[in-house]
Design a protein around this ligand. Structure first.
Ligand code: FPP
Length: 249
């Protein structure tokens, strides 16, 4: 039996691949609790899964990977957990910077800077600077991110730039999003069993294919990532057209 990874690698038409994959990394707390551990140990284990999934995405020739590391709503968690995740993000960036440089990863930050500590912002800036000439794959780390906040920030910037109402188009709004060069998300994966988008990439997910799995994020394997991508590659995306119109293309 061919694995989904083999099947993906055998496809020669690379336009069939999702160009941009977003991941809602849910289930860290439950993963830890099921093992009798503290919730934060789930975040630690979850952070460790990001590197292999990034490497795999690169190998599959996916161009953009967006990972939801901390939402605006996550500030409501117990302060110990918030500090733990922030430290994890800082350590993660420090630890993986050289590897991102070597692997040709272009690093982006998506989210609001306000409320992030100077230490986290420093690591973000250093990593952005160190990877700015890379282009093999883009990693968008979503921290203090909310899809509605991203739109509110876009509209605010448009008003500040005196954009006229008659000039407001979907294309223009896209240009005011965080990291405007990042295209729409083709595929959004959510681990941990819940079936919702939780304010992730709202504008860019208008036509995303969604893949939900019960697997907790720390257990989300390379095989399952390939299953998600393969499932995407076998779906018919109609973008409002009929199935017949799409097949004739
Ligand atoms: C959701 O699981 C996960 C988060 C709120 C944080 C995700 C953070 C990481 C994976 C670590 C940081 C990432 C990097 C790249 C350094 P949950 O806690 O809501 O799980 P639960 O639903 O089981 O409680």
């Amino acid at each position: 039996m061919t694995s989904s990874m083999d099947a993906i690698l055998q496809v020669t038409d690379k336009t069939k691949l999702p160009q941009h994959v977003g991941i809602i990394m849910d289930g860290n707390g439950r993963w830890a609790q099921a093992k009798g551990k503290e919730r934060v140990q789930g975040h630690y284990a979850g952070a460790k899964r990001v590197k292999p999934i990034l490497k795999l995405a690169k190998r599959l020739k996916i161009k953009y990977l967006s990972v939801y590391a901390f939402s605006i709503e996550n500030w409501l968690r117990p302060s110990f957990e918030v500090s733990f995740i922030m430290n994890l993000i800082k350590d993660y960036l420090q630890e993986l910077r050289q590897e991102m440089i070597d692997e040709g990863v272009f690093f982006n930050f998506m989210g609001r800077r306000e409320n992030l500590s100077k230490a986290v912002i420093k690591e973000i800036e250093l990593t952005k600077e160190a990877t700015k000439n890379n282009n093999t794959i883009t990693l968008n780390l979503c921290i203090n991110y909310g899809g509605r906040a991203e739109l509110a920030d876009a509209f605010k910037a448009m008003l500040q730039n005196n954009v006229k109402p008659e000039d407001v188009t979907e294309e223009l709004i896209s240009k005011y999003l965080y990291c405007p060069e990042v295209p729409d998300a083709d595929l959004i994966i959510r681990t941990g069993g819940d079936m919702r988008v939780s304010n992730f990439l709202l504008w860019r997910s208008a036509y995303s294919e969604l893949y939900f799995t019960e697997t907790y994020w720390p257990d989300f394997s390379d095989e399952e990532f390939c299953d998600a991508v393969w499932s995407f590659m076998n779906r018919e995306r109609r973008f409002g057209k009929t199935g017949d119109q799409v097949k004739k293309k």
